[in-house]
Design a protein around this ligand. Sequence first.
Ligand code: ZN
Length: 362
Amino acid sequence: MMESLLATARRPARRNEPLTTYYRRHLPELHRLERLIRKGASRLDTTVIAEIRDGDLALPLYALTLGNPASDAPVLMLSGGIHGVERIGTQLLLAQLRNLLSRLEWDQGLQQDLAHIRLVLCPLVNPVGMAHGWRSNGNGVDLMRNAPIDAEAPSAWPLSGHRVGSWLPWYRGARDSAMQPESQALCDLVTAQIADAPFTLALDCHSGFGMRDRIWFPYAGSQRMLEHAAEVHALTRLFERAQPHHPYVIEPQFHQYRTHGDLWDYLYAQQRERQGGIFLPLTLEMGSWLWVKKNLRQLTSFKGLFNPLVPHRHKRILRRHSLLFDFLIRATRSWQSWLPDEDSRARHQRQAVRRWARPERS
Ligand SMILES: [Zn+2]
């Protein structure tokens, strides 16, 4: 399956072909997502939150919710495919969704977890970019540089985001223009879903940076310590005790680079302004340089820099993160039992500063 997936992905998308052919040839992930939506129809609440144009076609941007629909339920938000070339993030979420749907048939623990929390999935945020194998969306905008927020201490230009033009990667979009439909739809979705939630965890799946798998928390645009660093620290400790051999480097994103227009910085700031519930947005950055090192052939392919090309490695990656997803579900369900109280909060904040104020040398 992987081989045919690659073969289709390498060909540029031809506009004006029928939708089903287009899906099969250029966007097997969307095809698979729609099959899962049909399979899980009795449990999933599915919405098309935007239609994204590619020539004559309109591609659906799907949001799925699963579990407790009450507006004051805690929320776990999972997203991927913001950068179209990073297909593995979307594939990882589709594998998790398939796993959840089949386990919900029999797994009473999971059924109880989902009776308490709401899972919100947006597995393919940038369908046009993915169909064409682009990082950007169809307008050449890098959606993860597209929020109306400037970095306090940006990294080197142009990686930090720029307004020169869509011909150069990391384009933020024109100054004072509206957000792109994909980023706007994602922001509206998150805002609506977490408005009354007392606690929200988010995990946005990316790939392509470095040798290690990383879990990042804000800020992406500032070297300030996050206001909820105490909560992130408590969550990190919980994870490290539950999974002492986990593969992740957990750190603020600014340790690696700093960018303008980060959607999660923006959403976090908005939630604080509204004085809403606790919102901890995390990014999973899968370290694809390791896949490249183990298979130098990947260097000859742009896609190979962001996605595993060897089938056994692809399967291993889909398996590798299952522990993380299970943990996030449990941590969201039981948020009240581990979130620091007034007394322990100051201690966690101090420990967070000690641990994360400066990048570790690695
Ligand atoms: Zn990315």
